[in-house]
Design a protein around this ligand. Structure first.
Ligand code: ZN
Length: 267
C-alpha cells in the first residue's frame, strides 16, 4: 500500500504537522502545537503507538513539544540533536525552556510537563541515511543554516520533500549560519525539481515550482546580505528588500537578527 499524507497547520505561525501512513505504520512529523491541535492529529493516526514514529525536523521549541501525545516507539532526529539531548546541552535546555515560557505566557495546559523523549527512543539520522515506511524508502539530508540540526526527508516514490524551517511562504529565512544556509538553498533548488509536493515547516504545502521560486527569492536575499557582510556595510544591508513580509515588523526584526548573524554589528 502506498504512503498517504495528511497535513495540519497550527494557530501558531502556521506550524506544519504531517501524518504519513501506509495503513500499517505512521510517521508523524513535528506534531504541534496546542493540545486541541494535537488531539486532532491523534485522530488522523489509525495505527497503534507501537507502529508510530515521530520525526523532529530540527530542535526549535515549536517543532518538538507534541511527541508525548503519540507515545511513539521511536523519535527520528538529526544525530546532532540526539547528542544535544543525550548530553543535556545548553541548547537542548533552552529549546525546552522556550516552549515552557510560551506555554506559561499563554496559559497552555498540557496536563503533563514538557520533556525531551527518553534517549533510548531517539534514533539519530545522518546525511545520506535512509529508512523505510511500508515499502517506501525515505532518504535523509542534513540541512544546516537555519539551525545546525536541520533535517530533510525525501520520499521519491510519493514525490514528497519535507524540509523543516526552509522555503516558508510565510516568513523570511531565519539565519543562524549564512554560508550554510545558502548552500542548503542550492541543495533544495536541485531537490525540489524532483518533488511533487514540498512541506515547509511553516505554511501550506508547495508545488515544486512554488518551492523553487521561494528558494530563488531567498537566495537573492541572502546573496545580497552576504555581499553587504563582505563589505561590512550594515547601512546597505538594512535596506535590502525582503523576499516577503516587507511591511511586517516581526520580519524586519528578523532581518536585523540576520544582519547580526552575518557579522554586521550596529555600533
Ligand atoms: Zn526553526
Amino acid at each position: 500500500m502506498s504512503v498517504t499524507w495528511q497535513v495540519r497547520h497550527s494557530g501558531i505561525w502556521q506550524l506544519t504537522s504531517a501524518v504519513l501512513s501506509d495503513g500499517h505504520e505512521a510517521l508523524i512529523i513535528d506534531p504541534g502545537y496546542f493540545p486541541r491541535e494535537l488531539a486532532e492529529l491523534q485522530t488522523l493516526v489509525q495505527v497503534p503507538p507501537s507502529a508510530c514514529r515521530v520525526v523532529f525536523t530540527h530542535g526549535h521549541w515549536d517543532h518538538v513539544v507534541g511527541w508525548q501525545a503519540f507515545a511513539p516507539s521511536q523519535v527520528l532526529l538529526n544525530v546532532r540533536l540526539r547528542d544535544a539531548i543525550a548530553e543535556q546541552s545548553t541548547l537542548a535546555h533552552k529549546n525546552l525552556r522556550d516552549a515552557q515560557d510560551f506555554d506559561r505566557k499563554w496559559y497552555v495546559d498540557r496536563g503533563a510537563p514538557l520533556a525531551w523523549p527518553p534517549t533510548d527512543r531517539l534514533c539519530g539520522l545522518r546525511d545520506g541515511d535512509s529508512f523505510s515506511i511500508g515499502t517506501e524508502t525515505v532518504s535523509v539530508l542534513q540541512l544546516p543554516g537555519h539551525s545546525e540540526d536541520g533535517l530533510a526527508l525525501h520520499l521519491p516514490t510519493s514525490g514528497l520533500l519535507i524540509v523543516g524551517d526552509y522555503l516558508s511562504p510565510c516568513e523570511i529565512p531565519f539565519v543562524e549560519d549564512l554560508s550554510a544556509y545558502r548552500q542548503t538553498l542550492h541543495t533544495l533548488c536541485a531537490m525540489s525539481q524532483n518533488a511533487q509536493t514540498v512541506f515547509p515547516g511553516h505554511g501550506p504545502p508547495l508545488s515544486a515550482q512554488q518551492a523553487l521560486q521561494i528558494a530563488q527569492e531567498d537566495l537573492r536575499y541572502l546573496d545580497a546580505l552576504s555581499d553587504c557582510a563582505a563589505r561590512s556595510d550594515l547601512a546597505s544591508a538594512l535596506r535590502i528588500k525582503l523576499p516577503r513580509g516587507q511591511d511586517n515588523p516581526e520580519m524586519l526584526a528578523h532581518h536585523q537578527d540576520n544582519c547580526r548573524n552575518a557579522g554586521l554589528q550596529s555600533e
